[in-house]
Design a protein around this ligand. Structure first.
Ligand code: ATP
Length: 291
């Protein structure tokens, strides 16, 4: 059976780093939501082995690819003899703070769960996927959630008020591991107001969602990559309602209510940044297979 699975990007509406753990990971507290910018993954059953192709040359084609590793994990864990050909139609920018690789891994887990009739629940797929990356459990479910721990302790939320999301990805990638290494916990000046964001989402209060956007990793990535601050300032000046860096960056997103303003922000940014996207928030997809 052939299966095609959607792998949407995520953005962080809030991102807080609570402390560094003895195992080297950080305990996080984030509000994450999926957006309608997605890779598509075609899975075709073969007689054995794993083969991967991608429409983008910027991702590895071997066992360094997270989708490849997801398939290897499923095969090994469930003793599957059959093989799979994975074709990734890559649309989500790489090393961008949008969890593109984690979402490809999550989509591969979901697709193979169906293809090989494994009957695993989203929780079981998420537990399995945590070995591949901290964002994989969230990406398995999609929608909107508070993510705690490394990112695997999920509390589903109702979707944020509908709006446009303008994404601007500077030309360089950022390594998440390097950003966390450079983070000095003593230098975190301002932390997100999680309660305020939760209340804003619960009440469908769009201006309040915008005013509660907050990410402590901006304090690490922005000084190192001045283009991030530049793009934030531009988005604000072109009229975006709320602007933030996603994850460890460098992608900057703007939340915009009015379509006329979306056009102004996108056209205004195009002179400064080649990768600009205007998509819809998908945060209401909780529980959907996203296929
Ligand atoms: P996060 O927000 O989860 O930190 P990110 O969006 O910053 O992730 P990714 O696009 O997931 O970053 O890429 C991070 C690294 O993972 C890249 O160096 C890339 O080579 C590698 N990688 C492995 N598999 C994939 C994949 N399927 N798609 C994109 N990158 C992948």
């Amino acid at each position: 059976m052939d299966i095609s699975v959607k792998a949407p990007a995520k953005i962080n509406l809030t991102l807080d780093v609570l402390h560094k753990r003895p195992d080297g990971y950080h305990d996080l507290e984030m509000v994450m939501t999926t957006v309608d910018l997605a890779d598509r993954i075609d899975l075709t059953e073969t007689s054995g082995g794993i083969r991967l192709e991608s429409t983008s040359g910027f991702v590895p084609f071997d066992d360094r690819n997270l989708a490849y590793r997801a398939a290897a994990l499923i095969k090994e864990r469930f003793g599957i003899q059959k093989g799979v050909h994975i074709l990734i139609h890559k649309h989500v920018p790489v090393a961008a703070g949008l969890a593109g690789g984690s979402s490809d891994a999550a989509a591969t887990l979901r697709g193979l769960n169906t293809m090989w009739d494994l009957g695993l629940s989203p929780e079981e797929l998420g537990d399995l996927g945590l070995a591949l990356g901290s964002d994989v459990p969230f990406c398995v479910r999609g929608g909107t959630a508070i993510a705690r721990g490394r990112g695997e302790k999920l509390t589903p939320l109702s979707p944020p008020p509908p709006c446009w999301v303008v994404l601007a990805k500077p030309p360089h990638g950022v390594s998440t591991a390097e950003v966390f290494q450079a983070l000095d916990m003593r230098k975190i000046a301002e932390r997100p107001n999680l309660e305020g964001m939760l209340k804003a989402i619960d009440q469908g209060d769009f201006p309040s969602v915008c005013s509660h956007l907050s990410n402590v990793l901006e304090g690490v990535t922005m000084p190192a990559y001045p283009k991030v601050r530049f793009l934030k300032e531009r988005m604000v000046s072109f009229g975006a309602d709320g602007v933030l860096m996603s994850g460890s960056g460098p992608t900057v997103f703007g939340l915009v209510k009015k379509e006329s303003v979306v056009r102004r922000v996108v056209n205004g940014l195009r002179g400064f940044c080649r990768q600009v996207y205007a998509v819809r928030m998908l945060g209401g997809l909780e529980g959907s297979p996203l296929e």
